[in-house]
Design a protein around this ligand. Structure first.
Ligand code: NOJ
Length: 555
């Protein structure tokens, strides 16, 4: 561990490391379990840092590992400045930092400022205090409507289904835009703001390199009376684009991040941040301004069909947004909230994924081989783009969504809150397979918290490592070559006669050609540096991406 420490020194002082980083998202409960309780933990993660270093990632982003009742996979935080006892201790966190930094890997932690857990001491205090008390004003408590106050204070709805209000025994209601176990904080309250500044410093002082900010667009709300109507979720097409929605993407939210930036910039190197801001696309760049969080997630590529025109439009838009904010673009194909991209691309375009999951993944049938081929091609294309790529754990193994988890295993609040009408997100959170056989495929010596399918044996790290052509080796090679070729953040499109082929070039003569079609296209001369599929001289196979240098245009 200590002999690796030296490696990190230079890279950690580069203040712009994040602009073109490859960031690997770790969902800690599902990554590696060191103590056999079936939940992944920080010592387990620390033991796999050599694996991540071998993969070639620049940073890891840890989904929440804080004390939590796990009512929403840890996005219900009971204490922002500690570690969930089943996931380890602060000493384990410090050790993880040492090991990760020693391997040259930066660490980003998830901050969940919109809501706490209902187990947070503030919420316990609010429940024990009278309506109108200071303790209640840290949250959003209101009287109900109707003569006996038995109707919710407004028509606001929860992202997980049902009303965004829950009634407490004394008759008042509190607001939760997610599960009832996730009461929303009142960001008009100075004490709330100050407390988060303390939390940011707490982790920055421990050496974390950056923060991923959960639901960054929801903190500022119009809480003036009477509460305004908002019966839809934030991404409804009619959402205003002028910052005046009652709940989401309000102009005032940016004041909060300007304060946070002062904290980030008081460190050397400055701490980075990335907003999860599901704002109207034209306003996303506001969160990424250098005076605020610095970067924002773009989910446009994730939302695009596997289609050349859709990808090109998403890329062009995201690059224009990055230019508008002075940030670099982010790219994401999978995360802990969505069906894995190898599976999405295995299904006919337009498939309703919620319905598909409810059919246990049987209707329509997923063409897993095609899905993985397309996923690899999309990943190679993404990695050639200027900006930061965010991976989700297991995509480097080509994992598919586990669509047939038994009902009694499901833990996502979406399953409960929709009265079992939607399965939710557990299928992408199944613990990773490390060994091709043995208990829990090497994830744990105990019982994995979600059951792993038999097919995980073939996908396991041990089954792919060192074998040419496997998805794991493809990812490793892609990251190795990307590190060699990555230079300035420019991209120039090379127009192609074939509408299914996207071709762009990066400074230094790096060409990326991606064939989204189902028939082969000609491949110009050049040195093939990477292919997502089979290598064939002069041929760009269907659903394949190739990186070339020393390119010569087709004659
Ligand atoms: C976004 C997170 O990615 C998701 O997992 C979580 O359920 C919600 N925010 C609420 O915190």
């Amino acid at each position: 561990m200590t002999d690796l420490t030296v490696l990190s020194a230079d890279s950690r002082t580069d203040a712009t490391w994040w602009r073109q980083a490859v960031v690997y998202q770790v969902y800690p409960r599902s990554f590696a379990d060191s103590d056999g309780d079936g939940l992944g933990d920080l010592p387990g993660l620390a033991s796999k840092i050599p694996y991540l270093a071998g993969l070639g990632v620049d940073a890891i982003w840890l989904s929440p590992f804080y004390p939590s009742a796990l009512a929403d996979g840890g996005y219900d935080v009971a204490d922002y400045r500690d570690v969930h006892p089943q996931l380890g201790t602060l000493a384990d966190f410090d050790n993880l930092m040492t090991v990760a930094h020693g391997a040259g890997i930066k660490v980003i932690v998830d901050i969940v400022p919109n809501h706490t857990s209902d187990l947070h001491p503030w919420f316990a205090e609010a429940l024990a205090s009278a309506p109108g008390s200071a303790a209640r004003q840290r949250y959003i408590f209101r009287d109900g409507k109707g003569p006996d106050g038995s109707r919710p204070p407004s028509d606001w709805i929860s992202h997980f289904g049902g009303s965004a209000w829950t009634r407490v025994p004394d008759g008042q209601w509190y607001c939760h835009l997610f599960a009832p176990e996730q009461p929303d904080l009142n960001w008009d309250n100075r004490e709330v703001r100050d407390d988060f500044l303390v939390t940011l410093r707490f982790w920055a002082d421990r050496g974390v390199d950056g923060f991923r900010v959960d639901v960054a667009h929801a903190l500022a709300k119009d809480l003036s009376e009477p509460l305004r109507s908002k019966p839809t979720l934030e991404d409804h097409p009619s959402m205003p684009t002028d910052g005046t929605d009652p709940l989401y993407d309000r102009d005032e939210v940016h004041e909060i991040y300007r304060e946070w930036r002062e904290v980030f910039d008081s460190y050397d190197p400055p701490r980075t941040a990335v907003a999860e801001a599901c704002a109207p696309s034209s306003r996303r760049a506001l969160y990424a301004r250098p005076t605020e969080l610095g970067q924002a997630f773009n989910f446009d590529l994730l939302a695009a069909d596997y289609d050349a025109a859709d990808f090109r439009a998403a890329i062009a838009f995201c690059l224009s947004q990055a230019a508008a904010s002075g940030s670099s673009s982010t790219w994401v194909l999978s995360n802990h909230d969505v069906v894995r991209h190898a599976t999405r691309y295995a299904l006919p375009s337009g498939t309703d994924l919620d319905e598909w999951l409810m059919s246990d993944g049987s209707l329509p049938r997923a063409d897993e081989e095609a899905g993985l081929r397309r996923a690899r091609a999309a990943t190679a294309l993404m990695l050639a783009l200027p900006g930061s790529s965010y991976f989700y754990q297991g995509e480097e193994l080509g994992l598919h969504e586990v669509a047939d988890l038994p009902a009694n295993a499901l833990q996502d609040p979406i399953w409960l809150r929709t009265q079992n009408e939607k399965k939710g997100r557990d299928g992408c959170r199944v613990p990773l397979p490390w060994h091709h056989e043995g208990n829990a495929f090497g994830f744990s010596t105990g019982h994995a918290w979600l059951p792993q399918p038999a097919g995980f044996s073939r996908a396991a790290v041990a089954a792919q490592e060192g074998r040419s052509g496997t998805t794991l080796e493809f990812y490793r090679e892609a990251l190795r070559v990307r590190h060699q070729l990555q230079t300035a953040e420019d991209l120039t499109w090379v127009e192609s006669d074939d509408p299914d082929v996207l071709h762009f070039t990066r400074p230094g003569g790096w060409h990326c050609l991606s064939n989204f079609g189902t028939t082969a296209a000609p491949l110009p001369d050049g040195v093939v540096r990477l292919t997502s599929g089979q290598h064939q001289a002069g041929v760009l196979p269907p659903e394949t991406t190739v990186w070339l240098t020393e390119w010569a245009p087709l004659g």
